[in-house]
Design a protein around this ligand. Structure first.
Ligand code: COA
Length: 182
């Protein structure tokens, strides 16, 4: 699903563009995903696990733009992707089609300026508009910044899966499940 293109002004005065990515953004999108995976261990993949071909990435971007049960809110600083927030239906089976999965990652150079909050508010509004009953996510137990933002946006913590992640140094980290009823 496509979103409306908008100009965003951050708390520090930087001006960014919010829009749906298109095929021409595929390389910028891959670069952003690698950078975000290098910034912290809070995403599911290590940087070296992110290696789609340009063609595959274009395909994913266009599938998302055309889907009627998913939306990406991508943030650009010029041609560079500096953040993305996605919502998509969990599964289409009758018993679970009311559930929407949420994900977000922002380039570290753009943290702490209100961008996370802006993207979450837009995603919550869009998920409501699309008719979902709830937004769901899983977050690393040690990701205090994200957990604080999610709570501020009305998500409730509803359980922890112990040892959901195992880092390269052997450290296990639990995953907190969170839900935001719409
Ligand atoms: C989590 C993330 C999306 C937050 O984005 P952000 O743009 O920095 O967030 P904002 O500037 O909008 O901050 C919003 C709220 O986050 C919380 N927050 C911000 N900095 C914080 C910190 N250092 N410690 C704890 N909470 C913090 C606060 O509740 C803040 O609200 P406030 O400004 O009114 O105090 C961003 O840090 C990120 O992409 N992290 C890496 C990827 C990631 O962890 N994704 C989530 C995977 S589940």
């Amino acid at each position: 699903m496509r979103i409306e293109t908008e100009t965003l002004t951050l708390k520090d005065g930087r001006t960014l563009t919010l829009r749906t990515p298109d095929e021409n953004d595929a390389q910028a999108f891959i670069d952003y995903m690698v950078k975000a995976a290098e910034d912290t261990h809070f995403l599911i993949r290590y940087p070296e696990e992110i290696s789609p071909t340009l063609e595959k990435e274009k395909e994913i971007i266009m599938e998302n733009a055309e889907a009627d049960d998913a939306a990406w809110f991508s943030v650009f600083d010029g041609d560079k992707v500096v953040g993305n927030c996605s919502i998509c239906r969990y599964r289409s089976h009758l018993k679970v089609k009311h559930r929407c999965v949420f994900a977000i990652a922002i380039d570290k150079e753009y943290w702490g300026c209100g961008l996370g909050e802006i993207l979450m508010k837009k995603s919550i509004a869009k998920a409501k508009e699309m008719g979902f009953d709830q937004l769901e996510l899983g977050v690393y137990e040690d990701n205090e910044r994200a957990r604080a933002l999610y709570r501020k946006m009305g998500f409730e913590e509803c359980g922890i899966l112990p040892r959901a992640y195992k880092l390269k140094d052997g450290t296990y980290v639990g995953e907190v499940s969170m839900v935001r009823f719409l």
